[in-house]
Design a protein around this ligand. Sequence first.
Ligand code: 5GP
Ligand code: ZN
Length: 114
Amino acid sequence: MSENCIFCKIISGDIPSFKVFENDKVFAFLDINPLSKGHTVVIPKTHCERLEDLPEEYSSAIGSALPKIAKAVITGTGALDWNLLQNNGKSAGQEVPHLHFHIIPREKSDGLGY
Ligand code: 5GP
Ligand code: ZN
């Protein structure tokens, strides 16, 4: 865990969040500034900045958790379609330097494009 990391503090509970999923290696919570209803952030329970630095045990855990979390999110929101987004580095739009995946439920009328 990294002392000044917002997402590490969310994992430890020092910063409150609305939890969507948790197991020993993965945590998922609602985004504080959602692009759509149910916008969820999925993170490893180890501090790691970028996808290429993620230890194998955590990438396997996230790989198997993502479909389950996505299913729960789309079931909960009723939005059948969704995007998976993952940014690495400031130039790519990463604001929080703790690796994370966005699950963004989509509707035709959501104004996000496509
Ligand atoms: P990035 O731009 O780094 O890919 O996405 C970071 C995401 O984290 C943003 O969508 C932002 O709204 C979300 N976020 C930042 N701080 C917090 C927080 O304290 N709580 C929650 N729930 N989400 C946060
Ligand atoms: Zn962290």
